[in-house]
Design a protein around this ligand. Structure first.
Ligand code: HEM
Length: 182
């Protein structure tokens, strides 16, 4: 019965894996586009592109999982305006994650650059070289990061408010399973 008020184990595991990977991706992306030591820059690019390819699959899996496993209802104490804010923030996070992984993949493949991890696995690029497309995708990738960062700040802020101030059980719905029987 308690299961209907919290997210399932799969949703929690994928949430926290993606949370860590997205933060690392933002940090790597922001650092590697600065004037830094070339060898560190190359390593960050290889990490960013490979982890980004993994995230592409994780985002797709997560959206399918979410559509087939509806979120548990929020406590009745949550006002309508906050429900709406939560809904739009979560939807926005999905939208911006899709924009980031797709624009990143398009930018690299149409730019004619390798994704070393996929090459090692024998996965060929799905798109042909097209410089104009690569430049557009690059601009989208660089601009959309601001939207994603803003949504993450709101999301983490709301989670902290529920967990530390309201203590209404909303955070524990998604907290790792070991703190609660899952
Ligand atoms: C959630 C996923 C992703 C996040 C959060 C992310 C984040 C970022 C950020 C913050 C930058 C710096 C942009 C700038 O300030 O100009 C960047 C650049 C870049 N990202 Fe991503 N990225 C993601 C996915 C991907 C994927 C899937 C790929 C490719 C497979 C990719 C490839 C690149 C490349 C090549 C650059 C350098 C852009 C350039 O200047 O050419 N990213 N990314």
């Amino acid at each position: 019965m308690g299961r209907t008020t919290t997210f399932g184990t799969t949703a929690r595991i994928i949430h926290w894996i993606m949370a860590v990977l997205v933060i690392l991706m933002l940090a790597a992306g922001l650092i590697m586009t600065q004037e830094i030591d070339r060898s560190i820059r190359n390593l960050l690019f290889i990490f960013h592109k490979g982890t980004g390819a993994v995230l592409l699959l994780l985002v797709a899996f997560r959206i399918i999982w979410r559509l087939t496993h509806p979120a548990p209802p929020l406590p009745r104490t949550i006002p309508a305006i906050q429900r709406f804010a939560a809904y739009t923030t979560h939807l926005g996070l999905y939208v911006f994650l899709v924009i980031m992984v797709v624009s990143g993949y398009v930018r690299v493949t149409t730019g004619g650059f390798p994704i070393e991890l996929l090459n090692a696995l024998g996965v060929p690029p799905l798109l042909p070289k097209a410089d104009a497309v690569a430049e557009t995708a690059k601009a989208i990738h660089a601009t959309a990061k601001y939207g994603l960062i803003a949504l993450i700040v709101m999301h983490v802020g709301a989670a902290a408010y529920h967990g530390l101030v309201l203590r209404d059980g909303v955070l524990s719905r998604m907290w790792p399973p070991y703190t609660k029987s899952a």
